[in-house]
Write a protein that binds this ligand. Structure first.
Ligand code: SF4
Length: 371
């Protein structure tokens, strides 16, 4: 993909900005195949070694270059020294839904922690929800990660390492990863270079050759990046976390709305669908007494009418320490019925693994509190 991606620097809220820790060293998962070939040339190795390394990591799902038996021992050592695998150690893991949902808290090289979730479905699908940042600067009031503050961007290798960890788990069960959603901790479009590099590497035909149509990137609404996204060569799905139909309410829930209010966001979303020809998803967390009345549903329908879109309604997953609650099942149904009656396609998505603190950031906070 030749898309030009610039890193957007959003200023973290002062109360959540913390000192940055060092970036992880550039490792083998941070490189694309061409860069790996160049590394081989520079080290007087034949270029086909790059393909062997790539296949070992992304097709055979070896956890480490040292396990790729087609490589000479000296080369394995050299790659491990020069291009180390990212340090991402499972600290704790939780299972729910009879083991179908598996959430893992990973520790990174600098002690920061991120969460990823694997969700297995009875129809054979297996979706991993991956983090793109350690913490998050966006400060959404309903989100445990937002409450915990921002640490740093993840590298492409750290993002890929989360995905490959679960792909290996599935392989041991004779299953395959079918879908990837960038909806874990962090705002993916605030770390676009690493996110796009990870997507490109997943799609590389010499390795996983993962279909971009099975990848969804979620954003709170970083407008300039949405417009760049529309021109990306790979048809990745885009999901916008909307959560409110008007600026007053959305601004109170999501500080990003002060920078890019709803009108600008909707203009970008329409432009995205027109330029890309792809449907856009809107995520809408339903919160009792806040954004879930019939009036809100009508206002949402007015906002989205005529757009190539789909709405995912998500009854809020309760965050420990937060007074916010999901609405009743009847209120959720009434909200959905109002949208459907207005011709807006929508489904209710039930959070998986509510009993293992499934909302993003909750495990990290729970772990920190438990010392
Ligand atoms: S909902 Fe997403 S963007 Fe908002 S604070 Fe949480 S992780 Fe960040």
């Amino acid at each position: 993909m030749n898309t030009t991606i610039e890193t957007i620097q959003l200023t973290p809220r002062p109360e959540v900005a913390r000192s940055r820790s060092p970036k992880p060293p550039v490792g083998v998962l941070d490189l694309n195949l061409e860069e790996l070939r160049a590394w081989c040339r520079e080290h007087d190795e034949p270029e086909y070694r790059a393909t062997q390394i790539w296949k070992g990591l992304y097709t055979d799902l070896r956890a480490d270059v040292g396990e790729i038996s087609t490589l000479p021992a000296a080369l394995r050592t050299r790659v491990a020294d020069d291009l180390p695998m990212p340090r991402i150690e499972p600290l704790r893991s939780w299972k729910a839904d009879g083991g179908a949902t598996h959430k893992v808290l990973f520790q990174l090289h600098d002690g920061k922690a991120v969460e990823s979730v694997l969700m297995r479905y009875e129809d054979g699908r297996a979706t991993v929800c991956v983090s793109s940042q350690a913490g998050c600067a966006m400060g959404c009031v309903f989100c445990a990660t937002g409450l915990g503050g921002f640490d740093r961007n993840l590298s492409a290798g750290e993002i890929l390492a989360q995905i490959l960890y679960f792909a290996r788990d599935l392989k041991r069960e004779g299953r395959r990863l079918t879908n990837i959603v960038y909806m874990g901790m962090g705002e993916p479009l605030a770390n676009p270079r690493a996110v796009w590099r990870s997507i490109e590497n997943l799609h590389e035909p010499a390795g996983m050759h993962f279909s971009p149509r099975r990848i969804t990137v979620s954003t709170v609404g970083i407008v300039p990046q949405i417009l760049r996204f529309a021109e990306a060569d790979l048809p990745v799905n885009l999901a916008i976390s909307l959560h409110a139909p008007d600026d007053e309410l959305r601004g109170a829930m999501m500080p990003v709305n002060h920078r890019w209010p709803i009108r600008e966001l909707m203009d970008a979303a329409r432009e995205y669908t027109e330029r890309s020809g792809r449907r856009i998803s809107f995520e809408y967390a339903l919160i009792a007494g806040s954004n879930s009345s019939i009036e809100h549903a009508r206002a949402l329908a007015d906002l989205l009418r005529g757009m190539l879109c789909h709405v995912n309604l998500i009854p809020l997953n309760k965050v420990p320490g937060s007074p916010l609650e999901p609405p009743s099942p009847e209120a959720v149904r009434a909200f959905q019925d109002t949208l459907l009656a207005a011709g807006i396609p929508c489904t209710v998505r039930l959070e998986r693994g509510a009993d293992i603190l499934a909302a993003c950031g909750q495990l990290r906070i729970e772990h920190a509190q438990s010392g």
